[in-house]
Ligand binder design. Sequence first.
Ligand SMILES: [Zn+2]
Length: 85
Amino acid sequence: MAENIYDEIEIEDMTFDSDLQIYHYPCPCGDRFEIAIADLRDKEDIAVCPSCSLMIRVIFDVNDLAESGDEDLKTEGQVQVPVKA
Ligand SMILES: [Zn+2]
């Protein structure tokens, strides 16, 4: 692909923001590359910096993605037994 990929970054080197549900990584321009976890799950692997339009390719395995973000939000430290009437 002839895209302007600035670098390739492993997902473990990125920071996960559980509030925004995005992974981000510092951009040389002072802003940061961002990609939504939903996009990663969608096989999207290009994170874009909104300020300078640089791009990085995220090296990741879907299994390595953070657990939260699914529709059924997991309640940590609390076991829920499904009760169906
Ligand atoms: Zn930038």
